[in-house]
Write a protein that binds this ligand. Sequence first.
Ligand code: OGA
Ligand code: NI
Length: 342
Amino acid sequence: MSTMENHVSDSKWFNVQSVPQSHAFSIEDRPGNDPIPACKTIPIIDLANLKTSERIDTLQQIIKAGEEFGFFQVINHGLPNDVMNGAMEVLKELFDMPAGEVCKEADTDGWVYMGSTSHDINGVHLWRDNIKHQCHPLELCMQFWPQKPSRYREVVASYIVEIRTLSSRILELICEGLGLEKGHLEAMSQVQFLTASNYPPCPNPGLTLGLLKHVDHSLITILFQGDTEGLQVLKDGHWIGVDLVPEAFVVNIGSQIEIISNGKLKSAEHRVVTNPNSARTTIATFINPLPHCIIEPAKCLVNESNPPLYNSMSFQEFVDASKAFGPHTDALQNGVFHFLKK
Ligand code: OGA
Ligand code: NI
């Protein structure tokens, strides 16, 4: 490493020998040092051959995974390797740039680089840098995206176009698996929102978190977790690690599909832990409804013996309600869901 590069990384907030107080979570939130066993149980679903008789089998696997875990991984998903790896490389380059070069705030239509300043309601900082931006409509959003690295816009746009195709296929399978009218979910999946995260190596992972326990408010989220583990899912009160499956995408059911499916599919709580050895870069794409879209249990899934479990409200109302409770997940679970549930 050259002296110049050393100088750049030395100036980064995370280049420390021990975890600063500002980044150490309370005993109840911190992951601690007990090892979380590798989990071979989150289903890995093969999306090849969807036109054949295996289709029924595939959609049953997706529904079962959504019921049991709220999470699954997909392989043979059709996204070209060079598009996935190209997006990952350009994001790693972006996170390697000196903070001042990327650190720029924009309005909600634009993009925001939050650096290490993102924190939970108790003011403890997450062990991550991240960038968030809107991706819909692509042509209008791209002007707000980072200009450096110079190929960022082109490479990330190709990735988003492919993710859009993949998410439509997955939503169609969920739709069919739930017995909803064809296009029901696709029609409301208008918006894509990208959050890429960089979780630097951490001197004491037992004290820190890359992301606090939370649920995603999307319809579904499609995550490329790169080459390093760190994502954990809460299942029956225990944390389980999401295995690294090369070139796979991790898909999770967001709270909007939990509501639409009247609680059949679960939006599982998850968090990100850090590790002492290597930085982890991930790309999450949230597939969301438009703000005015009404979210409610699908009519065909409710009847007298199966009453709706959730109130109907627009996606915007949902988001506003969740903001009122703050970003802390316990508040989300106990607050917003309680508020939403009939
Ligand atoms: C998220 C998320 C997981 C990860 O951004 O909501 O859960 O591994 N990300 O980065
Ligand atoms: Ni998430």
